[in-house]
Write a protein that binds this ligand. Structure first.
Ligand SMILES: *Cc1c(COP(=O)(O)O)cnc(C)c1O
Length: 374
């Protein structure tokens, strides 16, 4: 049983998946490039320069779209982070990053043997990252190790609270201390406009299976002219092969579908304000149901929402399905994407839903709460 029926039959609110949902155009291209190495028909040795399909145009357009100078296709955001860390750091060198970071930031640093210093968030309930925290941490690293960190990483929007952290202010602090700045745009690029150089980024990583509506595995690693030769250095022996990309990355449907998706993504980022509006509307209604609170920065600036839900925990205590009641009740109403059994808190995303679907989603919660409370 490897069959899967999700997007076709349900409203899926799993934050990991809403921005990677594919449209029919993407699905048609995917089928044509489903075979292994299918983008290699006319390859002359460098993935980003393939003309047929037009990957060369894609990488040029991505640089423009992200306001960076050069881009390469990677297998995901994590591979991009690793490439930057591996290029810039030696074992024992230090990185400053935010405490809302994704686990892959940590693991990528571990793989290089780098040491991470975290800028702590303000904690419960908003978990905000203050830009000045970066200054304080850079100063601390300088006094502890006698040199500034080799790299600063910021999670533009994090996957726990959906907090949008002011990248530009942090970019300016990094510039002041001459610390290269890597912006992790996994949860922003492809949803909202991200202008890398304007934000002061030296490096930008994106996750296209998370934010560009395509199948994986695919990401973008973009940089500025200052770093191109170092980051995209070629093999001594194989003059066309990028060392950090191990020569080549996405080799079939993922990169072909990204070509098809880009015009659509360029349009959808223009509608970001409305996505935020939908998320805020939903938060407002959910909190109106009783003991339910949105955590993270308020009002939310992103579609990824984390709720603390004592109201639902209480219902679960008396329900014969225990904490699983919520999952089943939602599934009955055609809604999936919450973790089974979880009622203390949960995350969901309203991204890409129509207003009717967002309203339906709220009404499902309202109905469930009314059915089981009191
Ligand atoms: C999802 C996510 C990643 C991982 O992205 P991949 O493309 O799967 O490597 C990294 N960082 C953040 C903040 C994420 O949300």
């Amino acid at each position: 049983m490897i069959e899967r029926k999700r997007e076709e039959y349900y409203i899926n609110v799993n934050p990991l998946q809403t921005g990677g949902r594919t449209n029919s155009e993407v699905r048609k291209v995917a089928l044509q490039y489903v075979d292994g190495y299918s983008v290699c028909d006319y390859c002359k040795g460098m993935l980003h320069l393939i003309e047929k399909p037009p990957i060369c145009d894609l990488t040029r357009e991505l640089s423009r779209f992200l306001d960076m100078d050069e881009s390469r296709i990677t297998l995901g955001a994590r591979e991009g982070k690793f490439a930057v860390i591996h290029t810039l750091l030696q074992p024992g060198d230090t990185i400053v990053c935010d405490s809302n970071r994704h686990y892959t930031t940590y693991v990528a640093a571990e793989r290089v043997g780098a040491k991470i210093y975290e800028v702590e968030s303000t904690g419960y309930p908003s978990y905000e990252i203050r830009p000045e925290g970066y200054r304080e941490m850079i100063e601390k690293i300088r006094s502890e190790t006698n040199k500034p960190p080799k790299l600063a990483i910021l999670t533009h929007v994090d996957g726990e609270y959906g907090n949008l952290t002011p990248a530009k202010e942090i970019g300016e602090i990094c510039k002041e201390y001459d610390v290269p700045f890597l912006l992790n745009a996994a949860y922003t690029a492809g949803r909202m406009e991200v202008k890398g150089k304007e934000l002061g980024a030296d490096f930008l990583v994106c996750s296209c299976h998370k934010g560009f509506g395509v199948p994986g595995a695919i990401g973008i690693l973009a940089t500025t002219n200052r770093w191109v030769n170092e980051l995209f250095r070629k093999s001594q022996v194989y003059k066309k092969k990028d060392v950090e990309l191990l020569g080549c990355t996405a080799r079939s449907l993922a990169v072909a579908t990204l070509i098809a998706a880009l015009p659509y993504v360029k349009e959808r980022v223009k509608k970001w304000d409305e996505e935020v509006e939908k998320a805020r509307w939903f938060v407002d209604r959910m909190e109106g149901l009783g003991n339910i609170t949105q955590l993270g920065v308020r009002p939310t600036q992103h579609d990824l929402l984390r709720f603390e839900t004592p109201l639902l925990r209480e219902i679960g205590k008396h329900h014969r399905k225990k904490g699983y009641f919520l999952y089943y009740e939602l599934e009955k109403r055609g809604i999936i994407g919450l973790k089974p059994g979880q009622t203390d808190w949960f995350k969901l995303s309203t991204y890409g839903l129509t207003w009717d679907q967002v309203k339906y989603l709220y009404e499902a919660f309202e109905e469930i709460v009314k059915k089981f409370s009191g």
